[in-house]
Design a protein around this ligand. Structure first.
Ligand SMILES: Cc1cc2nc3c(=O)[nH]c(=O)nc-3n(C[C@H](O)[C@H](O)[C@H](O)COP(=O)(O)O)c2cc1C
Length: 246
């Protein structure tokens, strides 16, 4: 991706689509990336079939031609790692002009289980419908965007702190965290910078926490990588602690 910060700034939840699949070259690339998106206790699956209506806890999706499904066992680490991988796919979609919307919660899509061939330990933690955004937002989508408080983010200083107020080279990577999507826009991510070390923690402990935090860590890591910031991510979950970058 060219300028990752620009892509992160552009991304927003799209809930109304034209119904058409994105171009074939995009679908081929995405399928290849999805096939590689798996790890210990989690995997992502691509499904080319429409889903409409209320599929998660809130919001209404219309005319999405396909979706990515995040499947994981019950461990926090699996959910966190899977969310990091899913957000990479989301941002690659944004960069290609393809709209996405994270949808988490309990799913009432009867057909989904049959399509997925899950084993007993596995659960669907989130789905991400994607496709060509419909130009004119429907009245319903405008209302949903407003209800989800989509445009607002908490001030930088209420989320992040630094010893001696010195954020060093990490300010932009943290700003990328601040722009991340989160369930009901709760923005649970917190971080403290102490010299070369950034400590991430969460302000929530609910079924979305690991997804929200994984997305945030993806944003931070992508900007840090692009700017060649020293350090690497160490996931070490003991709530509220989530991870460090050092
Ligand atoms: C883990 C997760 C779950 C979400 N679940 C839903 C959902 O069930 N329904 C929905 O309409 N939006 C859902 N969203 C989208 C958020 O409401 C949205 O990201 C947030 O309001 C910020 O808006 P933005 O994505 O346009 O920046 C979810 C987002 C995340 C990260």
């Amino acid at each position: 991706m060219k300028d990752i910060f620009e892509v992160i700034s552009k991304r927003h939840s799209v809930r109304s689509y034209t119904g058409e699949l994105p171009p074939e070259s995009f679908m081929r690339d995405l399928a290849a990336r999805v096939a590689e998106s798996r790890g210990d206790g989690w995997r992502i699956v691509l499904i080319k079939s429409g889903i409409d209506g209320k599929i998660g806890s809130y919001g209404i999706i219309s005319n999405a031609p396909a979706w990515m499904v995040l499947i994981a066992d019950g461990r926090d680490q699996s959910a966190l790692e899977a969310a990091m991988a899913m957000e990479r796919l989301v941002l690659q979609s944004t960069a290609a002009g393809v709209g996405t919307c994270w949808v988490g919660g309990t799913f009432r899509i009867g057909k989904l289980n049959a399509l997925l061939d899950k084993n007993r330990n596995e659960k669907v933690l989130a789905v991400v419908p994607f496709g060509i955004p419909k130009d004119n937002k429907s009245m319903l989508e405008k209302v949903m965007t407003k209800l989800a408080h989509s445009k607002t983010r908490k001030p930088f200083d209420s989320l992040f702190s630094a010893t001696g107020d010195n954020f060093g080279p990490y300010r932009e990577a943290l700003e990328a965290v601040r722009l991340a999507p989160s369930a009901v826009n709760a923005q649970p991510w917190r971080a403290h910078v102490d010299g070369p070390k950034v400590t991430f923690s969460t302000a929530t402990d609910n079924s979305y926490t690991m997804l929200d935090m994984g997305i945030a860590l993806c944003h931070f890591s992508l900007v840090a990588e692009q700017q060649s910031l020293p350090g690497h991510l160490k996931i070490d979950i003991a709530l509220p602690h989530i991870a460090t970058w050092q």
